[in-house]
Design a protein around this ligand. Sequence first.
Ligand code: IPE
Ligand code: IPE
Ligand code: MG
Length: 244
Amino acid sequence: MRIDKKNLPVHIAIIMDGNGRWAQKQGMMRLFGHQAGVKTVKKIVEAARETGISVLTLYAFSTENWKRPADEVSGLMSLLKSYLQNELDSMLKNNVRLSSIGQLENLPAEVQKVLKKSIAETAGNNGLILNLALSYGGRIEVISAARQLAELCLEGKIKPTDIDEELFESKLYTADLPDPDLLIRTGGEARLSNFLLWQASYAEIYFTDTAWPDFTRDDLFAAINSFQQRQRRFGRTSEQVIKK
Ligand code: IPE
Ligand code: IPE
Ligand code: MG
């Protein structure tokens, strides 16, 4: 799949879905699908880095995913921990900076520990930003921003009329990151599932039936190619966009 290196999405966000069904279709446990999903994560991080993508956000665990059976949740948490431990060297070698968004305080203590360590150790890297959405929910993120702003109002530090898009964004988990340009969801569902509700307002969305464990570099390039065929109008007319 041909892609134009001069018109790349700066930030790609992916809802990595379909692991469980992929495994069950083969008569395997759902966790087998998650293990296969980790292999895809490694491949796609590498592909994004080599392509020159600036930010890759991966939706790995939602605030709603805590409702899953306890053994699946603990299986996912231990996969997350081993992924972080195993990948630190490669992140350092490849100039990848790790970051994370979500209610990180809800993650098991040992996961928080390895996450903090990897974030700190890769903080000086200036290549791909790998941003993991962990215990992430778009609604709670917006609520948390609203609460912080309400506190500042009560303390008299800001007025309600000071609240604009820029100030609001500065209180989101993604304060330091650009909005996603391309949002991919694998696994056949066409919904956002509480992902980047604020930030995705002008993302180009790409849905594919391919389950995450089967998602390849070429599938990523196909999504980027689709992105590059689209005209982003941001409310304007086609003619205005062409003239610009
Ligand atoms: C996505 O795959 C991974 C997580 C949500 C953690 P799923 O586990 O949702 O897979 P399906 O949708 O059941 O196939
Ligand atoms: C969204 O997938 C969350 C992640 C991929 C981490 P889900 O499988 O949890 O979404 P729903 O429940 O089908 O909407
Ligand atoms: Mg799912």
